[in-house]
Design a protein around this ligand. Sequence first.
Ligand code: ZN
Length: 451
Amino acid sequence: MNILIQNGIIITMQNKKIIRQGAIAIEDKTIVEVGKTSKLKRKYGRGYEKIDAKGKVVIPGLINTHQHAAMSLLRGYADDLPLQEWLEKWIWPIEKHVTAHDVYIGALLTAIESIMGGTTTVNTMYHYTPEENEAKAFADAGLRGVIGHVCFSWRKNEDRNALEDLAKNWHNKADGLIRVSVDPHAPYTVDPEYMKELKEIREKLNAKYSPEKAPLICHIHVAETSDETEKIRTAFNIQFKDGVMAYLDSLGVLDERVVAAHCVALTDRDVGIMKKRKVKVSHNPISNLKLASGISPVPKMLRKGITVSLGTDSPCSNNTADMFEIMKTTAIIHKGINKNPTLMPAEQVLEMATIEGAKALSWENEIGSIEVGKKADLSIINLKKPHLCPIYNEASHLVYVARASDVETVIINGRIVMENRKLTMLNIEKVMDMVEKAKNNLLSKLNANVK
Ligand SMILES: [Zn+2]
């Protein structure tokens, strides 16, 4: 389909360029021209579906670089607990009963919530099964995503098969919407030898399934809590000095295709290593606050020139998929703890949620900004609302004021997936019914197990 968006304020995220009375012409999946409405209107007349963006801003779709999409099924199941107890006593026991179909349904729900909040790409880490999975859910919702299979030392064979199957069936599939990643869970649940093997597997899968410009990446939790070094030492009976990144670097597994989620407890040496190895960061401030893990030294990493993107983390540790909340939290917590109101200005935070997110996923050649030749992944936000009035600075409003519910229309890969807040690909009521059913099944299986 060809589309002409007209009369909008286009926040391109390309060299800070903003076009007022702007227009975007889309042919098939791709942005073919960006400019003034007066000019584009003449050129792209018949055969183009028109979207009037008067009084609205058009931004590149938001990019959520750390999710566990299927876990929306467990939203609100267990809160207000320390990370280890939360995982071991609550989340992992109930997850044992999660079926492939549950994974699909949970991911569908997250896909819907993401799209309705203006997010067009989600990087998700969960258990992959060939029958039903997060990749299928995202493809069915029309959401762009990087789908990972999470790997643990205790199930190496299962992981090896899952990774091969995932890459073969889903990498660069669904019209280029879906890419794949190899996901070691964390340095304390993946032993050093397996960590090295997973890097080799990633390289092999890249050679086998990946076109040059669509790399298969690595997604991992790193330095989420301050006792992580101790956890690694205890788990694998190994000694090392300095931080977790230094440890991973000693294994030779860090490179520019690694997205490290959290990065809360870092030493100065760790930060230097990340810069040197071009490791990408997913900052998850709400999850880190909710689990009381601490606050990541984001301003320090940004000063070093490290790519820092934004993520919500799972619907159990956040508990929403709302990237607007993440942007606002990011903008204010670093000011607060550093007692410096000039840190993390709105424009910079908006970059972290768009173009920096694309860089973190090694996908910046296709997404993250509104530029000719890139895929049409766009969110249109209605500014004609009391809480967004008046307007002096659009970036300020997007970061400090706008809410997910202000997003009106979303286009992904040139396809309108939400128009005037109505989803075009899925029936929301039906998905919510399936979620309720899956929740009841899970609880009855858990209770039967306890008895
Ligand atoms: Zn996580």
